[in-house]
Design a protein around this ligand. Structure first.
Ligand SMILES: C[S@@+](CC[C@H](N)C(=O)[O-])C[C@H]1O[C@@H](n2cnc3c(N)ncnc32)[C@H](O)[C@@H]1O
Length: 340
């Protein structure tokens, strides 16, 4: 290309850029090339954006949702809003990355199934979990920072607990002072209250599975086994009770950090998060701005709401829809918000 042609091409690229159009390289299988070619002219037309995203939604609807039973359960919690179904997606995300994560940060840890799975499968150098809630934090503190005796005592109390209504009430009304006793009360709360909800106002499980009432969610030996497995991974997992924003800022300059962000869903007037968690007030706008500013990779998960899509777009994130089965076995979609 001669100098004038090159100049002309550069001017054209600049003009297109000012109109919001830039060049993108995609990997494409030959089977899919005809589709790409037929869609090519539509990609530069902003008016086609809505139709194209509807097409993408159709495509995602064809993707089968995860069979949760196929994910190895490591968490002692049955966590409301737990992300077991997302584990395969996160695994793909990390395996497809150019570099091995120096740290996998899960700052809204809750039951932490994602971070625990990353540690168990050795998909990152280390895993950093953070959670604000005192009760939830007591469990992670005991497992990862308690003494061997604390952990044995915690497990022994679980395996020897006699599940009666009186015993459960006595534990729920107790005011434990040590983390290990608080951890035990948390496990009882989580197993005995409806939906695993530990926030104030949750009632006890009534009939439960097969009419077994309180015992229906009580698998003491399984819980003790999970605690033992997690304890054996304590050198790979850090836990800190604190504020997610502060923890994200600490790793913000690390280009090899991977952040998995699953905040309480209270954006766009949604109320689910406020019933499920004690701590549910989140500055969602601030969270998007913070996550857009970190140097590492980001995966956030949210309810599919127009306000959330708008924030994601405004802060330059990519959006994917993933199907999941809710507790009523209906297939619903959640948003994955990604960077880069
Ligand atoms: C949607 S849940 C996380 C569920 C988790 N991904 C799982 O699979 O179990 C959100 C969690 O964030 C916690 N949380 C709320 N505000 C927080 C904050 N500022 N810092 C850290 N954790 C917070 C809540 O207590 C709750 O456990």
């Amino acid at each position: 290309m001669d100098a004038t042609a090159l100049q002309r091409q550069n001017r054209r690229i600049e003009r297109l850029k000012s109109q919001g159009v830039s060049r993108s390289t995609v990997l494409v299988h030959e089977e899919c090339r005809p589709v790409l070619d037929s869609l090519r002219p539509h990609f530069i037309d902003p008016e086609k954006a809505e139709t194209l995203s509807a097409l993408v939604e159709q495509l995602h609807k064809k993707v089968k949702p995860t069979n949760v039973a196929q994910v190895r359960h490591l968490s002692p919690f049955r966590y409301p809003g737990g992300k077991t179904w997302l584990v395969p997606e996160v695994r793909q995300w990390l395996l497809a990355a150019k570099q091995r994560p120096s740290v996998f940060v899960e700052p809204f840890a809750g039951g932490a199934i994602v971070g625990l799975s990353v540690a168990a499968e050795n998909l990152a150098e280390r895993v950093f979990l953070c959670e604000l809630d005192d009760d939830v934090a007591a469990v992670w503190e005991t497992i990862f920072h308690g003494s061997d005796d604390d952990v044995s005592e915690f497990s022994r109390r679980i395996t020897t607990f006699d599940v009666t209504l009186d015993n459960v009430r006595a534990i729920l009304e107790s005011k434990p002072r040590s983390p290990k006793n608080r951890a035990f009360r948390t496990v009882i709360k989580n197993r005995m209250q409806r939906g695993g909800i530990m926030a104030a106002g949750a009632g006890l499980v009534k009939e439960g599975e097969a009419g077994k009432g309180l015992k229906s969610r009580w698998y003491p030996d399984t819980l003790a086994k999970r605690i033992e497995v997690l304890r054996s991974m304590k050198d790979r997992i850090d836990f800190e009770q604190g504020d997610a924003f502060e923890v994200v800022r600490r790793f913000a300059d690390d280009p090899e950090a991977f952040f998995f962000i699953d905040p309480p869903y209270t954006a766009g007037g949604k109320k689910a998060g406020s019933r499920l968690y004690t701590h549910n007030e989140i500055d969602h706008e601030g969270l998007f701005a913070l996550m857009a500013s970190v140097r590492g990779s980001v995966m956030m998960t949210y309810d599919d709401a127009p306000e959330v899509r708008e924030m994601a777009q405004r802060h330059g994130f990519r959006i994917e829809l993933v199907p999941m089965k809710n507790t009523h076995h209906a297939i619903i979609h959640e948003l994955l918000i990604l960077k880069p």
